[in-house]
Write a protein that binds this ligand. Structure first.
Ligand code: GDP
Length: 611
């Protein structure tokens, strides 16, 4: 088949063959795969009404649209699939329990507490933590590491339960969105004095969508006006029928304040787990799990709380967690105790990673440091691409003129003290809407202080560096000062947003508006040797100002625009301005086509403030 020509550059047509591209690929990536010129693809896409540069990441629909146009089926590979393929190249898989089921050991349930705001999730998590007999005996102060384990006695056996210590749906859904199934059981907290509220229903929906059994904690039963029976009644409408009413859901009346019912709640969790789940894991395989929380610790560097899901994590293991990797230097539990190993469902703080992974990232232990590093590097590159694709504002074009105008871009590097705030800040910044002409782009983000390499990156690309609760380290400050890199520090998100918004506005090209200065009527035309025609005029309105812009109007039509008042005289003298009601001579430079009764309109272009 002959190659069709688009915009003069040839484009190889496909015959419906499939090309696989990672999400966030650019036209250059596509061009490489189908052996085409990137410019031809840019043109083809432009004809479809989208203007992108060759190296810019393009979203899924656009890639597919373009593919259809040029005869290729474009298969955008999801990050999950891509990651699976990446791991496969190292002969690794995530998520599969290995070995013979008979060898697996039972493991504790992992619980997430959800419910409407103010119904007592945080208090309940506190109460449960304090109810932990073992912790009290250990005498350690419980630290918040994102998850903790308590041990409770059931039918003469001491049994642990793991709680995710960040209440709310966000963490639950965020983890699920990243494909991490962490929660075995949801404790749905409903305040007995308030009843089922919107977020109660939302939590319930999330849990049911994830097919996770629910235990209902009817909280605040100590309060006057508490009506636990009403809660049971209300929830039947959502398919949660209490056991005592013949249903399958356990409801437990509790008070996070008086601590009444906490032991019963723990028992209900275990009974529900035993009844509906078969929680077992292989403790012998290479350990895997999920990151619950990541932060940068001043003394210890990157610290991640991980939940081991299978295998036994040990000190010295080579680990890759999301795009972070390292060797496990130490494992700490929520009491700050050093552990030698962590079994399935055990949350532990891992020290020894080179950077901070994000909540919801999965972790794997691999044979060699080198493998961990390679996986982390590849993931880092992919995350960058994908983020660029979703963050870059699509520029839609109305006409060719606008298409040719170059879009200006404000580049940012965001560094912060933990992954949550960095993500929150990035998300908030990306919501700033200023103008289609200006795109905001985050070229790098990370947890930790601002380093020399951040500044180097900033130098290359004309960037503002934002430090959120972090500072520039060592030589970075010096380099930034010397090279004049704009580094700004914030501790409040809103302040950062305000300033970046102002910076974006500052980048906008000024808008000018025409301000009328004055009009003059031509009474007589003088020929002045060497100068040309001069209009002997009467100022009709406003003021005629020398050097102002002018246009000539004859019989109501503009004869000439783009003129200027090059000379202005009153009688024999030069004047800078002449007011209404006075006569003057106006010279319009080389423009000589002036007739009696013409009107000279003068104006200036003034910058219009943006709102
Ligand atoms: P969250 O938004 O669901 O995390 O709710 P909190 O745990 O922050 O609790 C909200 C408010 O309810 C706080 O003022 C708590 O002191 C109060 N509260 C929580 N549990 C109880 C309880 O069992 N009894 C009483 N009387 N107040 C409670």
């Amino acid at each position: 088949m002959a190659a069709p020509s688009m915009g003069g550059v040839s484009l190889p047509r496909g015959n419906g063959q499939t090309v696989r591209l990672p999400r966030g690929a650019s036209l250059t990536d596509l061009a490489e795969r189908i052996n085409a010129q990137p410019a031809a693809l840019v043109t083809a896409l432009f004809h479809l009404g989208e203007m992108v540069t060759a190296t810019q990441s393009v979203n899924d629909e656009t890639l597919q649209l373009l593919g259809a146009e040029i005869g290729w089926v474009i298969q955008v590979v999801s990050p999950e699939d891509e990651d699976r393929e990446l791991l496969e190249t190292f002969d690794l898989t995530f998520g599969d329990e290995e070995g013979d089921e008979e060898d697996w050991s039972s493991r504790p349930p992992v619980v997430t507490v959800m419910g409407h705001v103010d119904h007592g999730k945080t208090k309940l998590l506190d109460a449960i933590r304090d109810a932990n007999v073992v912790a009290r005996e250990a005498g350690g102060i419980t630290q918040h590491i994102g998850a903790y384990q308590v041990v409770t006695e059931l039918e003469g056996l001491e049994r642990p339960i793991t709680f995710i210590d960040t209440p709310g749906h966000e963490s639950f859904t965020a983890m699920r969105a990243r494909g991490a199934k962490v929660t075995d059981i949801v404790v749905l907290v409903v305040a007995a004095d308030d009843g089922v509220m919107p977020q109660t229903v939302e939590a319930l929906n999330h849990a049911q969508a994830a097919d996770v059994p629910i235990v209902v904690a009817v909280n605040k039963v100590d309060k006057e006006g508490a009506n636990p029976a009403k809660i049971r009644q209300q929830l039947t409408e959502y398919g949660l029928v209490a056991e005592e009413y013949g249903g399958e859901t356990m409801f437990v009346d509790v008070s996070a304040i008086t601590r009444q019912g906490i032991d019963d709640l723990l028992a209900a969790i275990l009974l529900t787990a035993d009844a509906s789940l078969d929680l077992r894991a292989n403790t012998e395989q290479d350990p895997q799990g999920v990151v619950i929380e990541g932060k940068l610790d001043k003394g210890r560097g990157p610290v991640a709380t991980v939940l081991v899901q299978r295998g036994t994590l040990r000190q010295g293991d080579s680990i890759v967690a999301g795009d972070a990797y390292g060797r496990v230097r130490s494992l700490l539990d929520e009491h700050g105790n050093k552990l030698k190993e962590a079994l399935p469902a055990r949350p532990v703080q891992v020290v020894g990673l080179t950077s901070v992974p994000r909540a919801g990232d999965t972790f794997l232990v691999v044979e060699e440091d080198r493998v961990a590093r390679q996986i982390a590097d590849r993931r880092q590159a992919r995350i960058r691409n994908a983020q660029n694709a979703s963050m870059r504002k699509r520029i839609s074009l109305e006409d060719l003129d606008a298409a040719l105008k170059e879009t200006r871009q404000l580049n940012l590097i965001i560094k912060g003290d933990n992954s949550g705030t960095v993500e929150a800040l990035e998300e908030a910044l990306m919501k700033i809407e200023v103008d289609d002409e200006i795109a905001l782009r985050v070229i790098h983000r990370g947890v930790g202080g601002i380093t020399k390499s951040d500044i180097d990156l900033a130098l290359a690309d004309d960037v503002i560096v934002l430090g959120f609760n972090v500072r520039a380290e060592g030589q970075a400050t010096e380099l930034a000062n010397r090279e004049g890199v704009d580094v700004r520090y914030y501790t409040v998100i809103y302040q950062a947003i305000d300033e970046i918004e102002a910076a974006l506005k500052g980048m906008l090209k000024p808008i000018y508006e025409e301000i009328q200065l004055g009009t003059a009527e031509v009474r007589e035309v003088f020929r002045v040797p060497k100068i040309g025609n001069v209009a002997g005029s009467l100022v009709r309105s406003g003021t005629i100002v020398r050097n102002s812009k002018a246009r000539l109007i004859r019989d109501g039509a503009v004869v000439a625009d783009n003129l200027s008042v090059e000379s202005l005289r009153r009688f024999k003298d030069d004047a800078t301005e002449v007011r209404e009601g006075y006569e003057c001579g106006i010279g319009l430079g080389s423009f000589n086509d002036i007739k009696v009764d013409d009107v000279i309109e003068t104006f200036e272009m003034r910058e219009k403030p943006r709102d």
